[in-house]
Write a protein that binds this ligand. Structure first.
Ligand code: GLC
Length: 743
C-alpha cells in the first residue's frame, strides 16, 4: 500500500515538474516575446551567412537584428558574435549558429547515399550523434540535415546527399539522423536537425538542379512527404523549404505545404527556414514582383526564417503596416524560433569552451564508426571469385587509379570542415595493413577522374605486368556531384574507361573499386573487370574499410539504395514503378534482332526501348557478399487479415557458402488492385541477418497492415481491402512471392 502511495506521489511529482518545465519553456517564450520590439522580433527571423568577424554584422546583433548565422566555424569568432548578441544587445537573445553538417563535421562519414546503402539505421544514428558531438564543440547547434529528397535520377548531382529512391529506406535513415543529431535527451551536444528540402526537389526535370518539378499531390503524399512526416513525428526541430517550383508554385511560397500540411496536418512546432535566397529567387521564378512581394509570399506561406534574401529584415515592417502580414503571424514565427533556442539551452549556455574544441575531433570512437560505416556502405556488385584476395597466393598488387590516393575527393560532396589530412586513402591503408603480406606497387595512371593521360595509363599497364592482381580505384572527384553539379553522361569521366580496358587487356585480375556521388552506368566496367566494389564516397576511413573488404578481413553487406541503369537514357529508372497497361516482359526484341523492313507486328508492343533492355544493370536493394544466401519461399501466417491486423511473413534464410556474412533481408509488398494504380513492389521492412556458414534461420516480419495505407482516388489515406503479394528477398527483383488478402 505504502509502495503504491509512493509511486503515485513520484508520478504526480514527475508530472508536475514536467508540466512546470513545459510551462516554463512556453512561459519563457511568452515573457520574452512580450518584451520584444517589432524590429527585435523581425531580427529573429533574419539569418545571415558570415565569414570572419565583421563589425557591421556585430552591430546588427547588438541591435537584435540577427537571429541566426551560418558558414562560420571559428570558435573565437563565434564567441565574439555571440557576445554581441547576448551581452551587448537589449534582450540578450542568443544566436542559433548553423552549418551544413551533412555526413560528418571533422570525421567524415560516407556520403548519405552511401550511408543509405548500409541499411543500418542504428549505425547511421551513431554517426549522426558523433557528428553532433564534434560540431557542437565548435558552437554549431543547428545542422541543415538530413536531406530527405527522394531521387530517381542520377543525373541530379544532389542524389549524393539523400538516401536514394525509396520512401521507406529514406524514412528510416532520416529518422535515425534526426535522433542522432538531436540526441535522445537534449543537452549541450544536441544539434537541431533540419529536414530538407521541402519538397520533391529531387524530381527536378532532366535531373538538372533547381529545375521545375511536376509532382501531383497524390504522389507527394504517397512518395515524397512520408519521410518528412516521420521526421517531424520524431521531433525534428526545423525544416527547410526547397528551391523548386512544383506544379507552378515555388515551395518557399507554398502555403499548402507549410501551413496546411506541415503545421495543419502534422502539428509541426519547430521553425521553417528558407533555402539560401530562395525567397528572393521567387522573383526569378516569375512568382514575385520584387523582394518585398517575395517576402510577403514566403512569410504568409509559413516560412519563419529568411536565409540570405534580406527580405524580412528589409520589408516585413512595411508589409505589416500595409496589412499584408499579421502581427500574430510574426509573433508565431518568433515563438517557433525562441522555442528551439530555449530547448537547446542556448540561453543558459550560449558560448563555446574554446579549450575543449580540438579534443572533440577525430576520437577513436568516431574513426571506428566512420570505418564501420564505410565497410557497410560498400556494395559488392560483381565478383567472379577474385575477392576476397587470398593473401597466401597474392604476393604483389598494383594499386592504381585516380581515387587510390585522393584524400580530398574520397570525402565526397558537402565536406566543409573535414580535413583531408586525416583521410586514410586505400593506398595508405593497403600499405599500413597489408604491406607486410604483399608487395605494393603504386602507379596511379591518372591523377584525377577527368584526366586524359595515355602516358600515365601506359605506366600503369607496364606496372601491372609485375603484379598478381590489379586494384584499380576509379570514380568521381567530389566536385562532380552535389549542389549544381548535374551530369548528362553518368559514365566514368576522363580516360578511366580506357584505362580499365587497358588493365583488363593485361590478363591480370582487375578488382575495381569505385568512389562516386551517384550510381554510374557500369556496363563497360562489368565487362572489363573481375569484381566491382562500389563505395560511393566513403569518407575519412574509406581506405581501411575498402582494403579490409578486398583482403577479406571484412565482408561486404551493402545493398544498392538506388537502381543502377544500363544507360542514362533509361532514367528515371526505379524499382517501385507502376505496372503500366503493357509491362515489359523481358522478351522484347532489341535493335539487332529486328528483321529488315519488319512490320509493326514483329515488335513487342510493350513498355521498353528498342535499343536498351527495360531491366537495370543492378536493381534496388542488390548486393553480393563473400558467401551465398538461399531464400526459402515466402510464407504468410494467414491467408486473410483485417485492415487493422498484423500479418506474420516469414522465410528461411540459409548461408550456403563458406564465410560468415550479413544479409539485408528485405520485405516487399504489392497491392494488386487499387483505386489508383500502385507500384509493382514497395519496400516495407528490412532486417540485417548474420549467419555462419551452413546456418539457417527463419526470418520473420510483423507486417502492420496499416503500413499499406495510401492516398487513393479520394485523396484519403487508408488501407484498401483486396489481394496483395509479398516477398522476403535479397533485392527488389528477386524472391518467391506469397499472397494474402486484406478484408
Ligand atoms: C544551399 C543548399 C542547402 C544548404 C544551404 C546552406 O544552397 O540548397 O541544402 O543547407 O544552401 O548552405
Amino acid at each position: 500500500m505504502v509502495r503504491n502511495l509512493i509511486s503515485i506521489a513520484v508520478v504526480a511529482l514527475t508530472t508536475a515538474i514536467s508540466v512546470f518545465a513545459q510551462q516554463t519553456e512556453e512561459q519563457r517564450v511568452e515573457s520574452l516575446l512580450q518584451q520584444m520590439t517589432l524590429q527585435e522580433k523581425i531580427g529573429q527571423l533574419n539569418q545571415l551567412s558570415v565569414g570572419g568577424f565583421d563589425q557591421n554584422t556585430a552591430g546588427m546583433m547588438r541591435s537584435g537584428l540577427v537571429g541566426s548565422i551560418l558558414n562560420e566555424c571559428n570558435p573565437k569568432v563565434l564567441n565574439r558574435y555571440q557576445k554581441a548578441a547576448v551581452e551587448e544587445s537589449r534582450l540578450g537573445i542568443p544566436l542559433i549558429i548553423s552549418r551544413d553538417v551533412i555526413h560528418g563535421f571533422k570525421t567524415m562519414f560516407p556520403i548519405p547515399l552511401g550511408l543509405a546503402a548500409t541499411f543500418d539505421p542504428e549505425l547511421v544514428q551513431q554517426g549522426a550523434r558523433i557528428s553532433a558531438v564534434e560540431a557542437t564543440a565548435s558552437g554549431i547547434r543547428w545542422t541543415f540535415s538530413p536531406m530527405l529528397d527522394i531521387a530517381r535520377d542520377p543525373r541530379w548531382g544532389r542524389i549524393a546527399e539523400g538516401s536514394g529512391e525509396d520512401t521507406y529506406l529514406d524514412t528510416q535513415m532520416g529518422v535515425a539522423m534526426v535522433k542522432g543529431y538531436q540526441g535522445e535527451v537534449i543537452d549541450q551536444t544536441s544539434m537541431a536537425a533540419c529536414v530538407k528540402h521541402f519538397v520533391a526537389y529531387g524530381a527536378a526535370e532532366g535531373g538538372r538542379d533547381y529545375n521545375s518539378t511536376g509532382v501531383s499531390e497524390r504522389t507527394l503524399r504517397n512518395v515524397y512527404l512520408p519521410p518528412f512526416e516521420a521526421c517531424v513525428k520524431a521531433g525534428a526541430m526545423t525544416l527547410m523549404t526547397s528551391f523548386n517550383d512544383n506544379d507552378g508554385i515555388p515551395s518557399t511560397g507554398n502555403g499548402f505545404l507549410v501551413n496546411d500540411v506541415l503545421r495543419g496536418e502534422w502539428g509541426f512546432e519547430g521553425f521553417v527556414v528558407s533555402d539560401w535566397a530562395s525567397i528572393s529567387e521567387m522573383i526569378n521564378h516569375g512568382y514575385a514582383e520584387n523582394n518585398k512581394h517575395a517576402g510577403e509570399l514566403a512569410f504568409n506561406a509559413g516560412v519563419d526564417m529568411d536565409m540570405m534574401s534580406y527580405s524580412y529584415i528589409s520589408h516585413l515592417e512595411e508589409l505589416l503596416n500595409e496589412g499584408k502580414v499579421s502581427m500574430e503571424a510574426i509573433d508565431n514565427a518568433v515563438r517557433s524560433i525562441l522555442r528551439v533556442k530555449f530547448r537547446l539551452g542556448l540561453f543558459e549556455n550560449p558560448y563555446i569552451d574554446e579549450d575543449k574544441v580540438e579534443s572533440a575531433f577525430y576520437s577513436a570512437e568516431a574513426l571506428e564508426a566512420a570505418r564501420k560505416s564505410a565497410v557497410e556502405s560498400a556494395v559488392l556488385l560483381t565478383n567472379n571469385g577474385v575477392l576476397p584476395l587470398d593473401k597466401s597466393k597474392v604476393k604483389t598488387v598494383l594499386v592504381t587509379g585516380p581515387m587510390a590516393d585522393a584524400p580530398h575527393d574520397q570525402l565526397g560532396t558537402w565536406t566543409f570542415d573535414g580535413d583531408p589530412a586525416h583521410t586514410v586513402t586505400p593506398l595508405k591503408a593497403i600499405k599500413q595493413l597489408y604491406g607486410n603480406d604483399v608487395k605494393v606497387i603504386y602507379e596511379p595512371g591518372l591523377t584525377y577522374s577527368r584526366e586524359f593521360n595515355d602516358d600515365g595509363i601506359a605506366k600503369a599497364v607496364k606496372a601491372a605486368k609485375k603484379a598478381d592482381v590489379i586494384l584499380a580505384f576509379m570514380g568521381e572527384e567530389a566536385i562532380l556531384s552535389g549542389e549544381a553539379h548535374s551530369l548528362v553522361d553518368i559514365t566514368l569521366k576522363g580516360d578511366q574507361r580506357k584505362m580499365i580496358e587497358a588493365l583488363h587487356a593485361t590478363g591480370k585480375p582487375v578488382v575495381l573499386n569505385i568512389m562516386a556521388g551517384r550510381q554510374l552506368v557500369l556496363d563497360h566496367e562489368v565487362a572489363h573487370s573481375d569484381a566491382i566494389l562500389y563505395s560511393f564516397h566513403p569518407g575519412t576511413m574509406g581506405g581501411p574499410a575498402i582494403a579490409q573488404l578486398i583482403f577479406g578481413d571484412e565482408t561486404p553487406s551493402g545493398k544498392t539504395p538506388v537502381t543502377f541503369p544500363k544507360h542514362v537514357g533509361q532514367v528515371p529508372l526505379y524499382y517501385n514503378h507502376n505496372m503500366t497497361g503493357r509491362p515489359a516482359n523481358g522478351r522484347e526484341e532489341m535493335l539487332h534482332e529486328i528483321p529488315l523492313r519488319a512490320g509493326q507486328t514483329s515488335l513487342g508492343m510493350t513498355s521498353y526501348w528498342l535499343d536498351c533492355p527495360f531491366a537495370p544493370e543492378f536493381p534496388f536493394g542488390y548486393g553480393l557478399t563473400y558467401t551465398t544466401f538461399e531464400y526459402g519461399a515466402t510464407a504468410v501466417g494467414a491467408a486473410e487479415v483485417g485492415t487493422d491486423g498484423v500479418l506474420k511473413v516469414k522465410a528461411t534464410l540459409k548461408n550456403t557458402g563458406k564465410k560468415e556474412a550479413t544479409e539485408v533481408v528485405q520485405l516487399y509488398v504489392r497491392d494488386l488492385v487499387g483505386s489508383v494504380t500502385r507500384p509493382v513492389r514497395e519496400l516495407k521492412g528490412f532486417q540485417r541477418v548474420t549467419l555462419a556458414p551452413g546456418e539457417s534461420r527463419e526470418v520473420v516480419f510483423e507486417l502492420d497492415i496499416q503500413d499499406l495505407a495510401f492516398y487513393g482516388k479520394d485523396m484519403v489515406k487508408k488501407v484498401e481491402p483486396g489481394k496483395f503479394q509479398v516477398w522476403i528477398a535479397g533485392d527488389s527483383a528477386s524472391g518467391v512471392l506469397a499472397e494474402f488478402e486484406v478484408k
